[in-house]
Design a binder for this molecule. Structure first.
Ligand SMILES: *Cc1c(COP(=O)(O)O)cnc(C)c1O
Length: 387
């Protein structure tokens, strides 16, 4: 295979091969991890392959960025030390004092915190709107323009589904940059750039890394000038991913397609089990026909993903339930091969408590892993029965 980055390849092939050509000097099938921080020059400025210093460029990071661009169908990708570092680089590349961000009402709490508490004091404004309601978004943009429309779909933790193509249209009419945080779906299930978004943001810590062993983030986009600005900020501010982190993320991405398929199958079975359980008051999963965003998700995504949220019946039992499972580990984060359980009100969403982004206090979020689904259901059943 001489042109592994060929756009004619299918998603699963790109995930395995893009940016991953064998090492030309040794034939090593897996490209080596390049730890060197600096690069010998053949005379002053005589760079081999364009590399000079580890913050400005590293071959392992380049391999990851080529892979990321290919799987999201974008012209440019940039890899960062965390999802929030990627978001910060994008926001600071685009915004200036006086600009405003229109943010989905159910976005990752850290995104809200970054804009409200770090960029806010520098003069960046923030408004929150339900992105799953196109009329509400149109009204908000009519009231006042926004520089950025920030969309997360499915959202966290209520799995709201927003119409990316519709929002891209509305945002572009109003002159806004349309950004989609694609962490929950991953490009294996949803491709926002193809639906009209301008920039895709990832916490690669989640499904792309996929094994809960590396923190990272990424931006993917088509616009050359914006990519140039974001790359300059990546270099000038320096929140790059380290070589080992980049390599681990690359390895994770190679199995993304098969993992997402299994995550989706297991989550679907778990959601159906919970929906039929008398101790469960409500299940949030876009794969359930009763979910308000089901039809849109079926059109916009090629699978419904691995996250299921639930609310328990019988008053304040969410905390007790959260501490009662055995196979589902009580922990923050999501998207790894192992199943995790999170109580957002006191864990991942503690930073948005009392704000307009607060989550229902009875809500529990499951990141359904790739274990045997019968074992997962047995574990949940036992915890529910013990309440
Ligand atoms: C985790 C997460 C982030 C932040 O990413 P980090 O890698 O933790 O910095 C952003 N968006 C979503 C949807 C996330 O789940």
């Amino acid at each position: 295979m001489t042109t592994p980055d060929s756009p004619a390849l299918g998603f699963d092939s790109l995930a395995v091969h893009a940016g991953q050509a064998f090492d030309p000097t040794t034939g090593a099938v897996i490209p080596p991890v390049h730890f060197s921080t600096t690069y010998a020059q053949d005379g002053i400025g005589g760079l081999r392959g364009g590399y000079e210093y580890g913050r400005s460029g590293n071959p392992t990071r380049t391999a990851l960025e080529q892979q990321l661009a290919a799987i999201e169908g974008g012209a440019h990708a940039l890899s960062f030390a965390s999802g929030l570092a990627a978001e910060d680089a994008l926001l600071r590349s685009v915004l200036k004092p006086g600009d405003e961000v229109l943010l989905g009402s159910d976005v990752y709490g850290g995104t809200y915190r970054l804009i409200a508490r770090i960029l806010g004091p520098w003069g960046v404004g923030l408004r929150v709107v339900d992105m799953s309601d196109l009329d509400a978004v149109a009204a908000a943009l009519q009231e006042r323009p926004a520089r950025i429309l920030w969309v997360e779909t499915p959202s966290n933790p209520q799995l709201l589904i927003s119409d990316i193509a519709g929002l891209a249209r509305l945002g572009h009419e109003a002159g806004a940059l349309v950004v989609v945080d694609n962490t929950f779906a991953s490009p294996a299930l949803q491709q926002p750039l193809a639906l009209g978004a301008d920039v895709v943001v990832h916490s690669t810590t989640k499904y792309l890394g996929g094994h809960s062993d590396v923190v990272g983030g990424a931006l993917v986009m088509n616009d050359d000038a914006l990519a140039e600005q974001a790359k300059f900020l990546q270099f000038a501010a320096g929140a790059v991913s380290g070589p080992m982190d980049a390599w681990l993320t690359t390895r994770g991405i190679k199995t993304l397609a098969v993992r997402m398929q299994r995550h989706s199958e297991n989550a679907d079975a778990v959601a159906r089990f919970l929906a039929a359980h008398d101790r469960v008051a409500r299940v949030y999963y876009p794969g359930l026909p009763t979910h308000p965003g089901h039809d849109l998700a079926a059109r916009q995504m090629s699978g419904f993903g691995g996250i299921v949220s639930l609310e328990l019946a019988d008053g304040p039992t969410a905390r007790r339930f959260s501490e009662s499972t055995r196979l589902f580990t009580l922990a923050e984060s999501l998207g790894g091969v192992e199943s995790l359980l999170n109580y957002p009100d006191e864990m991942t969403h503690a930073s948005v408590r009392g704000t307009e982004l607060a989550v229902p206090v009875e809500l529990v979020r499951l990141s359904v892993g790739i274990e045997a689904v019968d074992d997962l259901i047995t574990d949940l059943d036992a915890a529910l029965s013990a309440l």
